[in-house]
Design a protein around this ligand. Sequence first.
Ligand code: NAP
Length: 485
Amino acid sequence: MRTLQIAVVGSGPAGLYTAEALLKQGAALDVPHAIKIDVIDRLPTPYGLVRYGVAPDHKSIKSIAEKLRTVLEHDGVSFVGGVHLGDDVTREDLLASYDAVVYATGAMRDRRMGIPGEDLPGSVAATDFVNWYSGHPDIDPGKYTLDAESVAVIGVGNVAVDVARILIRDPEELRQTDISQPVLDTLMTSKVREVHMIGRRGPAQAKFTTKELRELGELPGVEVVVYGGEADLDTFDPTGESARLAESDRHVRGNYTVIKEWAGREPAGSARRLFIRFWLRPTEIHGPSQVSGLTLERTRLDESGKFVGTGTYDTLNVQMVLRSVGYQSVPLLGVPFDDRAYVVPNAEGRVLGPDGAALPGEYVAGWLKRGPTGVIGTNKSDAAETVRALLADLAGGPGPDEAQLPRAGLLRYPEPGPEAADGNGSASRFEQLLASRGIRPVSYDDWLGIENAEKELAASLGRGARVKLSSREELHRACGLAARF
Ligand code: NAP
């Protein structure tokens, strides 16, 4: 039986759901194939945004890692950590080593707002801040000191909700989570007492989901403040569309119910306050050497429903600005990339070349395929679509036009070398390539070493089930590797 060798680049939800779909759909193929999947990640740790994106206090979402673990522990799947596509291996190396490659590297860069002062110290991309509180090895755990008393969070999506909640909630409540100790220590001494979450449009256009929004009102000791005028659906929207959405759209109706209730409350004067503001767009972050304020322009919709500035400005006294205006994917070396949509151009997951034709053996899944939208579960159906395309290419043979093999979109089927013939025996083509470059990847067992070290750390600190190791050095030590990734 031929073994199909597949590389999945990225071990986050998109990558692991792809591996899972390959196993499931592959088992149902008419012509049976064994499938061997290498899940490659630049980090020594698997799970991508589940480990380094989901907030530490969202334990139920974090438990998705337990489900994804079963994929990594499947006989047909190997974790190949600490290998960077770009620095360590090239796209051509992957294509020469595997029958197919699925890119699933997500979206890790922040979008820019394009306003003066965006690069001042104290103006922080949410991507960076999320990485910091998640203990990402790319970020120095001492990077933020949280000396600001007032912070503006720009954007009203779920990431804005996450960063606002972590900034304003009592850090004592994070003690039993896996948040790294240096980050917890910083939050314990944080001076932040006011967070202003800023939406450039109204409550009916906000991107956050109702469950996440409601949670903000349940934080002990934190008062949520919404101004009645800004919550009104008609004041800044002459088209009536906001009011219509609040009737007809379940998502908007849910959000609006929560916001309306907050807008109707008497101020309680709590020590920690979270202001949720609407119809304000940032126009300038003030310095001179550090963030000292944020100018906002009042906005509205015009008669055609376009959002416009009104020429009325106000300056908010804040010492930190967190820009949470969406994520972007980064191009992978040599892989086609759409510079405007920030995705890999694709049709149902088949990577498209410059002429619009599918490239043999190359596929894409997750945020890199469709942009940074949806919840983690969205990646399951997204990955299943990509795998359907991949396996159809395997099974398809010549297309309806009777083109000869290999036609674009079909798997590559490189001639198996003796070492790669069964995919199980001696070192695979890719392992040999890494060894020839002196690269020793992080295996799944190595990762289990990191997990154990995190459990031991939690026990020694008297804190919950596990506490994240927060630096490269600690991760290296825990998996017994020389410092290189
Ligand atoms: P998002 O949902 O796209 O929200 C981005 C926000 O930034 C929007 O409010 C947007 O306003 C605003 N924005 C964009 N450009 C702006 C500018 N120049 N000035 C001011 N505001 C601007 O993105 P996200 O919050 O980064 O979330 C990404 C994805 O991850 C989403 O699908 C989200 O649901 C998901 N996620 C889920 C969870 C969870 O389930 N708990 C947690 C975190 C993230 P406009 O609408 O006006 O453009």
